[in-house]
Design a protein around this ligand. Sequence first.
Ligand SMILES: [Zn+2]
Length: 283
Amino acid sequence: MGKQMGIEITHGLNGREKTIGERHYQLDGYAEIVDQSGSTISIGFDYRGCRWHPCPFNCSTRQVESVCEKKDKERVLYLQKHLDQYKTIQSCKWLEEFKTIDDEESPEFYPFLMKTKVVYEDLLELVRKKKFFGFVQCDVTSPQDIIDINKSSVKLPPIFKKLQITEKMIPEEFRGQSKFPKEVNTLVYNEKQGVHTSEMLNFYIDLGMKISNIKFIMFYHRAEPFKGFVNDLVKRRITYADKNMKESEKVIKIILNSFYGRLGLNKTKYKKTEFIHANSLLG
Ligand SMILES: [Zn+2]
């Protein structure tokens, strides 16, 4: 809806549900736009489920627990009065319309919206068609012809992996210089049950590598929370470099290399997962 109208709508998934007037009626969505004359226009959105709200279309949805009709009318009148525009859609109409919306318009944050059942093939297709943003735990394998092509061009395997290596695994000229076995960050062609960002997986898919055995998919909202911070630090680093302040420059470098935390780096370290609303994260 937001994309169609070219506006940004605030709702429970990207901020706080907006409340209106002294009665604090909650809206499903809210947006403000500035019109040609420069005045702000408020628009409220409500999704009216036919199971609760009286349906003017007399659809086949059975009302299970109807809201009080009088209160419902009062609420609508109040919202119409306190907003410049109040837009609602009845769930039966939405379901009809939803069938006609093509895939490109469906929200990126949850591609299975309105689907009652999600099966493994759906997840696989989602990853293969590069249609989400987030993390995936899966197997990534390289067919031999892809390995051959890679070896003749860039020469480096594309997957980062922490691996226990023994002395036998390294070229003779490097042996005896360090203790073995040891764990190193290395590059491989195949990995079982690694955690990858969707961006990396898209890169692997473009190379012709195969994705299989998906264990989980974690959706994220695409955003740039560190943009201002990083831009500021980069500016400082350039200033310090210009003034030949080597130590200060080093400090900035370390901060930039480490600030993003351990997100997605090593899944074995994180055994407890909590889902926290954006509001309480910022508080
Ligand atoms: Zn209805």
